[in-house]
Design a binder for this molecule. Structure first.
Ligand code: S3P
Length: 425
């Protein structure tokens, strides 16, 4: 089913993975030596990470397009920042950095933008305090500004109460600095880029199913990194091509780490038409090309096991579900409420305005399709993934769509509209 005359056709290269780009700067900064990061995502979030480490004495230069050279100063070589560390809009920056800062022997304060000031940090504060970190901040250090006085950490045996790679990674990073081993247990496996990259930097880290073991180390080696394309950015073209009749798009060099490919599993279940080509491992991460064609989609059910593997893709999956035959249920996704915006209400209110048959749940949404979407005024809530999901929805819809504040797309996908224009017919 496709109600619109637009189609997507052609070949695209999408920018580097946001999660891996953040980690590349953080681990390079605390390694011993020079690191070159290629295909780095020069989006605002990752630039915030660079700027925070520069304030702690790290030399990081953008030498060529999307290539950064970082001179690591070792695990204990960061210096006390003179100013507050501003993470901007980036949850990954603040949460992962809290783990690193917990291990330093100086005090530092983290601040961010209006959206960050509303996002919960207690999930990180709690385990780091159990390890011995001294953390203060608004509402018992749940909200920014957050001040961390680190040093003298002990290892932790921690069962994760929520599925969050940011929390897991923060604990793993603090564990590098502890005086005893740590064990972290996840109920549902979240993205594992920290574990993969740390292993290649020589950390003493082992993974057995959903259990992660970290032994403290004295040094990390330096290591050049190639960042694969971000499947969370590719998702907009995957969904667009699947929904729009006559589409065929080849998306090159996309990260295919199985902790991130939930959208491909969902698309298969919905009857999507795609192939994965040229698979290869680069720096421990699987990557390849994805060829997607239009198909008649069916509804699907998404619950707790899949959620961490597609958490950032839910806005665009919800748009796809409006074009699928049957009732799609997305549940166990309460985490969406504490992303850059409340993504349950942002998606539901905007899709309702476009004429979708959608019901809001406390932990997700129910969507009945297919429905003909109508163009209208859309609120991005200054959330990059909402702005991009509804840019794709506007191609499916009849009439004109206006989306407010699309500049937030710079957070994760510079040149999104240029690339979209190149392949829209
Ligand atoms: C990220 C993990 C996810 C994701 C975010 C990036 C990461 O957050 O939503 O965009 O890089 O670790 P949670 O792990 O908190 O769900």
């Amino acid at each position: 089913m496709s109600f619109s005359n637009n189609k997507l056709r052609g070949e695209v290269n999408i920018p580097g993975d946001k999660s891996i780009s953040h980690r590349s700067i953080m681990l390079s900064s605390i390694s011993n030596g020079k690191n070159i990061v290629k295909n780095f995502l020069s989006g605002e979030d990752c630039l915030s990470t660079i700027s925070c480490f520069q304030k702690m004495g790290i030399k990081a230069e953008m030498c060529r397009k999307n290539e950064v050279i970082i001179q690591g100063r070792g695990l204990r070589g960061l210096t006390k920042p003179i100013q507050n560390l501003n993470v901007g809009n980036s949850g990954t920056t603040i949460r992962l950095m809290m783990g690193i800062l917990a291990g330093q022997n100086f005090e530092s304060t983290l601040i961010g933008d209006n959206s960050i000031s509303k996002r919960p940090m207690k999930r990180v504060t709690d385990p780091l305090r159990l390890m011995g970190a001294k953390i203060s901040g608004n509402e018992d250090a749940n909200f920014t500004p957050i001040t961390i006085g680190g040093g003298n950490l002990s290892g932790i045996d921690y069962k994760m109460p929520i599925a969050s790679a940011q929390v897991k990674s923060s604990i793993i990073l603090a564990s590098l600095y502890a005086n005893s081993p740590s064990k972290i247990i996840e109920k549902n496996k979240s993205r594992n880029h920290t574990e993969i990259m740390l292993k290649s930097f020589g950390a003493d880290i082992d993974v057995n199913g959903n259990e992660i073991y970290v032994n403290p180390v004295q040094n990390l080696y330096s290591e050049d990194i190639f960042v694969p394309g971000d499947i969370s950015s590719a998702a907009f073209f995957i969904a667009g091509a699947s929904m729009l009749k006559g589409s065929e798009v080849l998306i090159k060099n996309v990260g295919l780490n199985e902790t991130r490919t939930g959208i491909l599993d969902v698309l298969k279940d919905m009857g999507g038409d795609y192939e994965v080509l040229n698979k290869k491992y680069v720096c421990g991460e699987l990557m390849g090309d994805i060829l997607v064609r239009h198909s008649n989609l069916n509804s699907t059910i998404i619950d707790s096991k899949l959620i961490p593997r597609l958490i950032d893709e839910i806005p665009i999956i919800a748009v796809m579900a409006t074009q699928a035959e049957g009732t799609t249920i997305i549940k166990d996704a309460k985490e969406l409420k504490v992303k850059e915006s409340n993504r349950i209400s942002s998606v539901v209110s905007n899709l309702k305005k476009m004429g979708a048959d959608i019901e809001e749940l406390d932990d997700g949404m129910i969507i009945k399709g297919p429905t003909k979407l109508r163009g209208c005024s859309i609120e991005s809530f200054s959330d990059h993934r909402i702005a991009m999901a509804f840019s794709i929805a506007s191609l499916v819809a009849s009439g004109n769509t206006n989306i407010d504040n699309t500049s937030c797309i710079e957070i994760s996908f510079p040149h999104f509209y240029d690339i979209l224009k190149q392949i829209t017919y």
